[in-house]
Design a protein around this ligand. Structure first.
Ligand code: GCO
Length: 471
């Protein structure tokens, strides 16, 4: 068993670990994070930052439709303006570069780059060309996600991810983008968090398009994964030099007691959150336990689909945020049992770095063909305020430090992890929670669009400078 990451670093006070300079972020001298080729970057997503939803021929997405429905998003917020990144991208790239961040993970808005007939929308495509070219000029490694949840509404009107045809439309979109952007993208990720698209979008209705049916969730998941599988060979053909992968959110489920029923509940939680995505991708089959949780929800799978879905990946993107403590629900499922007295974030999510380490090590044991891993999102929301021009996001600094320590422990246990992206570069539209939840390492004042570098970003920058100086 690896060390306890939480115990290694004191929660809110400066690190005192051996060899570590006395600031509350810099990793200890023996951390793998000091390796020059460990990529450290930040991530965003189109609908969360771009705004400009009606400009240059962009079509409506399911998130425009969903956020316009009263009660769906906190305070009635929408992504109509967001961080106005569509107009401020040049300054935002300068900011990213000035922080010394080496990688940037962004997503393309599908409704910006294709019209309803599937023809290219030049103005939208040119926006991403300018952005990616500038990032390359700055020497920043680019990770581009094709689908971070903003499905064109016209496709949803034809059934969205419940319609198998959407998977083929996605492959067309991947074809267009990889022809247009080849050479400016270091790594393509097909989908961001298909679990969320399927389960939150079609299973419980918390996200767009807002449908709630277990059978829908499994069918949407199958079509999402099929879309991924159809897109990978297209990306390989059009842009052979880039890496191809997918991003999965993963969840740690721990049992509330030693009882067999609670242990089984924790297992089922992780089947529902992790194996549901990773098994089809890496084993070519759906976990049968999933259908014990949701009897009768097996998706319709056609011959050859599982082979398409499980084509080899160059890397796997992992997004990790928190753990969930569960007990048996007395039937064949699980129920959440929130722990008391634990550290939580503004989202109410428990801070639990060991979960990241344990899951990564567990995946290596379970999946013998586990590809190299990038942590494509990790971070936390806090109620940050600017005081005298500064944002002291103390909890985030500690959070990042402890999660990076967990990554280091997983690397030392033999997991091939090549990089880590902070979620997020800047505060942005946090889906159903609107603008109230602040995940950025840069603060955004939404009334003026002023960006203020938070203390966490300053410390990441300082570390990256020190690392560069040592190289
Ligand atoms: C997700 C998305 C991000 C979120 C982040 C915080 O995981 O939900 O990839 O868009 O903003 O995870 O919730």
């Amino acid at each position: 068993m690896a060390n306890d990451a939480s115990a290694v670093f004191d929660t809110l006070s400066p690190a005192v670990s051996k060899g570590s300079p006395a600031d509350p972020f810099t990793p200890p001298a023996d951390s793998s994070l000091w390796r020059k080729n460990f990529l450290l970057g930040a991530a965003t997503a189109s609908y969360q930052i771009e705004g400009a939803v009606n400009e240059d021929g962009r079509l409506p997405s399911i998130w425009d439709t969903f956020s316009a429905i009263p009660g769906k998003v906190l305070a009635g917020d929408t992504g109509a303006v967001a961080c106005d990144h569509y107009h401020r991208w040049e300054a935002d790239v300068e900011m990213l570069a000035s922080l010394g961040l080496e990688g940037y993970r962004l997503s393309i808005a599908w409704p910006r780059v294709m019209d309803a007939a599937g023809a290219p929308n030049r103005k939208g495509i040119d926006f991403y060309k300018r952005l990616l070219n500038r990032l390359k000029e700055k020497g920043i490694t680019t990770f581009v996600t094709l689908y971070h949840w903003d499905l064109p509404q016209h496709l949803e009107d034809r059934g969205g991810w419940l319609n198998r045809d959407t998977a083929y439309r996605f492959a067309d979109y991947a074809d267009l983008m990889s022809c247009e952007l080849a050479g400016t993208v270091d790594a393509w990720t097909t989908l961001n968090e298909p679990w969320c698209s399927a389960y939150l979008g079609y299973g419980n209705g918390h996200h767009a398009p807002g449908l709630a049916n277990d059978r829908f969730a499994t069918q949407a998941m199958h079509h999402l994964l099929l879309a991924h599988g159809l897109a990978v060979p297209v990306l390989r053909a059009n842009d052979p030099a880039s890496q191809k992968g997918i991003v999965a959110n993963i969840g740690r489920g721990t049992a509330d007691s030693d009882s067999a029923a609670d242990q089984r509940a924790a297992h089922l939680f992780e089947v529902q959150h992790n194996a549901w995505i990773l098994d089809p991708l890496l084993k070519g089959s759906y976990p049968q336990d999933l259908f014990e949780l949701w009897p009768g929800t097996e998706p319709l799978v056609l011959d050859g689909d599982m082979e398409t879905i499980s084509a080899p990946l160059d890397f796997l993107g992992i997004n990790y945020y928190f753990r969930t403590n569960v007990a048996s629900d007395g039937a064949h499922g699980f129920r959440d049992v929130p722990l008391e007295g634990v550290e939580r974030t503004q989202m109410g999510w428990e801070v639990y770095p060991d979960g990241l380490r344990d899951l990564l090590i567990g995946f290596k044991e379970t999946y013998h063909n586990l590809p190299p891993i990038y942590i494509t999102e990790n971070g936390m929301a806090s109620d940050d305020e600017v005081t005298d021009g500064r944002v002291e996001d103390t909890q985030r600094i500690s959070f990042l430090k402890r999660h990076l320590a967990a990554v280091d422990q997983a690397i030392k246990a033999g997991v091939d992890i090549r990089g880590y992206f902070l979620w997020s570069l800047m505060d942005n539209f946090e889906w159903a929670f609107g603008y109230e939840r602040r995940f950025g390492v840069v603060h955004v004042d939404y009334s003026t669009q002023k960006r203020t570098i938070k203390r966490s970003a300053e410390l990441v920058e300082k570390f990256l400078q020190e690392r560069k100086a040592k190289a």
